[in-house]
Design a protein around this ligand. Structure first.
Ligand SMILES: [Zn+2]
Length: 431
């Protein structure tokens, strides 16, 4: 169907230059060599990835910073695979996200991410190579551009390559921050079944070319099927939303292996060394998760004691300090929340949310200059409804009605409960 459309477009294009402009949208897939509908150029792919990469990371826990060696290791494995891919010249980047959900994704232009929560489930470097190889194919084969073209063809309108603004609260937040704008969501481009099987197939090819044992790709799909059958909610939200596992995929991967010689590198020792810290910190992250659950149930004392245990176990984890700061803030212990939030920011200055909470604490304490400073710092990392609303309140208190109105307008555009609240505030200004 796609192919036919391309042929038709080519024929019409030959007839009319004007028509050629309107139908320009066929490109040769760099991985499969087939002609496909794509409206975006490779340069646009790279721009889309570059524009959305940081906000997507921010909205999913930010980068994991406790052990920088882990990110270096994932990059080394990823770059090795990318170098033997069909698009070795993309500006590839690989990050480890500080997120418990087992997930991995690839943006157009070669911007990839893998969550801490997926890494702990894997057994060796070959399995990591299976995850990264699969994701590299999505980028190399330009599946984002192709999915976008299909959406256009079925009349879904031009969605910016699948990026939508999530109204879901991030699972790690006690208070909803409501990210605004493009790129704030998980990269959930719904790849088709075709894209998935192409990624499986060529991912295996890249693994073999890089020297890895492709059997790990079968094991990975088996792991996914096992987790899917357990209906683990973390897995359902994460990887399976975009990569539905099935016994068919296991079988297809197994069949794919028959064309390659058996064996290859597993690098189990190197992998175990690389993930040693996150394995060691498993109990700390469990305490942190339980602390969030307790806070949701309004059991704040229990939540505080759990997060204190997590901090004692791993004092370098910014999320633990942020949680402590948020809990203190929620109990109106504004002054006491500041040192905890300072620790969170020192541990990972490139993560947006502790700036919001510290800004709120300063605002409550009447220090509007420091509050503004922090809230603006957070907006630079990830624009959120929460920070815009706080900034609107501060501007209003300073008598700057037009600035306040502009901030409230941003909150309104984000919708939801805070959008409604901002509407009421804006209406009051305009009276
Ligand atoms: Zn996939």
């Amino acid at each position: 169907m796609k192919h036919l459309f391309c042929l038709l477009a080519n024929t019409l294009a030959a007839l009319s230059a004007v028509m050629m402009l309107s139908l320009a949208g066929c490109a040769v897939n760099p991985v499969t060599g087939k002609r496909e509908m794509m409206f975006d150029s490779p340069a646009q792919d790279i721009a889309t990835g570059t524009q959305n990469y940081l906000p997507s990371q921010q909205s999913q826990g930010g980068q994991y910073v406790v052990d920088q060696g882990l990110t270096a290791y994932v990059n080394k494995v990823g770059k090795k695979l990318a170098a033997v891919s069909d698009a070795p010249d993309l500006p590839y980047e690989f990050v480890v996200l500080n997120n418990d959900t087992p997930n991995a994704w690839a943006m157009p232009g070669g911007k990839l991410a893998i969550n801490r929560g997926l890494l702990v489930q894997l057994e060796d470097e070959a399995q990591l190579a299976a995850v990264l190889g699969h994701e590299i194919v999505h980028a190399a084969a330009r599946h984002g551009a192709s999915a976008k073209a299909q959406q256009v063809l079925v009349g879904a309108g031009v969605v910016l390559a699948g990026v939508a603004i999530s109204t879901k609260k991030p699972e790690y937040a006690v208070l909803s921050v409501g990210a605004l704008g493009v790129g704030a969501n998980a990269w959930n481009s719904k790849y088709s079944r075709d894209h998935e099987s192409i990624s499986d197939k060529y991912g295996i090819k890249y693994m073999v070319k890089a020297g890895y044992d492709p059997q790990a790709a079968v094991e990975l799909q088996e792991l996914f099927v096992r987790m899917f059958e357990k209906q683990d909610p973390g897995w359902l939200q994460g990887l399976f939303a975009s990569h539905p596992p099935s016994r068919d995929r296991v079988a297809a991967n197994r069949a794919e292996l028959t064309q390659y010689p058996k064996g290859g590198a597993r690098n189990k020792a190197a992998f175990e060394h690389a993930i040693a810290q996150i394995k060691e910190d498993k109990a700390a992250y469990k305490n942190y998760e339980d602390s969030m659950k307790a806070a949701k149930d309004k059991q704040y004392d229990k939540a505080m004691s759990l997060v204190d245990s997590a901090i004692a176990q791993q004092p370098k984890e910014n999320l633990f300090w942020e949680m402590k700061g948020k809990l203190l803030l929620q109990q109106d212990k504004n002054q006491e929340s500041i040192p905890a939030l300072d620790k969170a920011i020192q541990a990972n200055p490139a993560y947006f949310s502790p700036y919001i909470y510290r800004g709120m604490a300063y605002k409550e304490l009447g220090n509007s200059n420091l509050a503004e400073h922090d809230l603006i710092a957070s907006q630079r990392l990830l624009p959120t409804q929460m920070a815009s609303e706080q900034l609107g309140d501060i501007a209003l208190a300073k008598g700057n009605r037009s600035a306040a109105a502009a901030y409230y307008q941003q909150v309104i555009e984000g919708g939801g409960e805070s959008g409604e609240r901002a509407k009421a505030k804006l209406a009051q200004i305009q009276q």
